[in-house]
Design a protein around this ligand. Structure first.
Ligand code: NOJ
Ligand code: CA
Length: 512
């Protein structure tokens, strides 16, 4: 059995996980000090968001050096020690690889600007001459708002994200060789795998035609820069490279495409191992939407033999407590969603703080915000800072044990005193205790993890499925109480109940 087919992987957003030196920014020594917490939570691995040297125009997704650590976060020795400590505790480590673009401070981009148009240095990026110096080569737009072209060195260069993130040209052999080398650099240091940023974006139509529909969402087929067939060559090459290492090194793709079928193409046996299931993440809280997302995903993945990788939240989306309605109702649904996700066939990602039931922080003051989405949209899109607020660990006042002092780079709400790890550890009804119990049961119950599931008939608004041997999960997604099965014993419930009916927004795990 390969470990990654049903691993539960905890996403550490390094900026906001734990701060060792009190500067208000999370760091690698901070992560190291909290590894025992992750171990006792019961996850199998951690994924670390980018910690490489970076001007931080997009919180580390603008990489200036792929083989080192940003001094804000520590040193290369800290990264090596972190991998070693994690392994000692039985945790695997996934790093973040950002191949679509570099920082505009990367030596390659500086060299491109120091050389004339047509140079070998410029050929690593996507420089073009537009019709005029005030008219870009085409109408492509940046995922962060505004146009996808900026001017430098007398030409236009493409950036599907911020101007500080120039896109690389993946038809260029030097680019391909460089990333093979980066993979080897970290594999040699013990990394167990990579999360691949914007994995559907590397290839661009060389003709660079205008796009018909200007959308930043999942792109339709035939789009000139999302989900082109040519990206698959890159992943075949990487898969062969990873397979040459011992210990099953893996890739998980960040892939926003229009259908589960398109997603599955990235997970053919000689490509990436897994990909985040954003169909599930995007499903609304209705039995129908969830069931469709689950069915379509499993059907397309089965065709390529890949496991599902469920996810409810990450550093780019509104936290699911809030997405599901917020307040008590949002928390109640999030508890049920956790039991649903962890009972489904395959693996799962847990975004830091979801095990504490953290809501999105909606009322950050404008001057605290950092996300380029907020600035590039002229403030009309609040951006992603609200899901990136530093974790509350302990104590009654900020920074709630995030660091040794009061500082945190984004302000934490006062109510978070009630959501700290310390408080929740002592409260058997807490979200944290639910996650711990579910992850423990996941190890104990042979039916859970990789494998198959079978729906069983249930009342409207209710999802119920069986997994062998002897496991049933029932989720009342709706609001009205629903009849419970007889002859099954409860292993775990997302909210307490007694009597013959399952209350709304409640999930239960049963053993038969
Ligand atoms: C996806 C990352 O998750 C997001 O945080 C980042 O802004 C973009 N890719 C660009 O790298
Ligand atoms: Ca720090």
């Amino acid at each position: 059995m390969t470990w990654w087919r049903d691993a539960v992987i905890y996403q550490v957003y390094v900026w906001s996980f734990a701060d060792s030196n009190g500067d208000g920014i999370g760091d690698l020594p901070g992560v190291r000090s909290r590894l025992p917490y992750l171990r006792s939570l019961g996850v199998d691995a951690v994924w670390l968001n980018p910690f490489y040297p970076s001007p931080q125009a997009d919180n580390g997704y603008d990489v200036a050096d792929h083989r080192d650590v940003d001094p804000r976060f520590g040193t290369l020795a800290d990264a090596e020690a972190l991998i070693e400590d994690a392994h000692r505790l039985g945790l695997r480590v996934i790093l973040d690889l950002v191949p679509n673009h570099t920082s505009d401070r990367h030596p390659w981009f500086r060299a491109a600007l120091d050389t004339p148009p047509g140079s070998r240095e410029r050929a690593r990026y996507l420089f073009r001459d537009g019709p005029r110096s005030d008219q870009p080569p085409n109408n492509w737009i940046s995922a962060f708002g505004g146009r996808a072209w900026s001017r430098a060195g007398g030409q236009w260069y493409l950036h599907l994200f911020a101007p500080e993130q120039p896109d690389l040209d993946w038809t260029n052999d030097e680019v391909r060789a460089e990333f093979r080398d980066i993979l080897r650099f970290w594999f040699d240091r013990g990394a167990d795998g990579f999360r691949v940023d914007v994995a559907h974006g590397l290839a661009k139509d060389p003709q660079m035609p205008d796009v018909d529909s200007l959308t930043t969402g999942a792109a339709p087929e035939g789009h000139p820069h999302w989900d082109l067939d040519e990206v698959h060559d890159v992943y075949r090459e990487w898969r062969a490279l990873a397979d040459a290492y011992p210990g099953e090194r893996v890739f998980v793709g960040e892939i926003w495409v229009q259908s589960p079928e398109r997603l599955a193409r990235y997970l053919r046996p000689d490509e990436l191992h897994t990909a985040f299931n954003f169909t599930f993440l995007s499903a609304t809280w209705t039995a129908e939407a969830l069931r469709t997302a689950i069915d379509e995903s499993l059907r397309s993945l089965r065709a390529v033999g890949a496991p599902a990788t469920w996810v409810l939240s990450n550093h780019d989306v509104t936290r699911h407590v809030t997405r599901y309605g917020g307040g008590e109702a949002g928390v109640r649904r999030a508890r049920a969603a956790a039991l649903l996700m962890l009972a489904l066939p395959g693996g799962a990602y847990v975004y830091q703080g979801e095990e504490l039931g953290l809501p999105e922080v909606l009322d950050l003051p404008d001057e605290a915000r950092r996300d380029p989405t907020f600035f590039r949209s002229g403030g009309t899109d609040p951006g992603r800072d609200g899901c990136r607020v530093p974790l509350p660990w302990s104590g009654e006042s900020p920074s709630y044990g995030f660091g040794p002092g009061e500082k945190s780079w984004l302000p934490q709400p006062d109510q978070w005193a009630g959501l700290t790890v310390e408080r929740q550890s002592d409260d058997p009804e807490s979200m944290l205790r639910l996650y711990r119990a579910a992850l423990r049961q996941r190890r104990l119950l042979p039916a859970l993890g990789d494998g198959e599931m079978e729906w069983i008939p249930a009342a409207p608004g209710v999802l119920a499925f069986r997994r062998e041997p002897g496991f049933v999960c029932m989720v009342n997604v709706g609001d009205s109480p629903a009849p419970l099965p007889v002859d099954l014993s409860v292993v775990l419930a997302s909210s307490p109940f007694d009597g013959p009916l399952l209350p709304g927004a409640t999930a239960v795990w049963f053993r038969s």
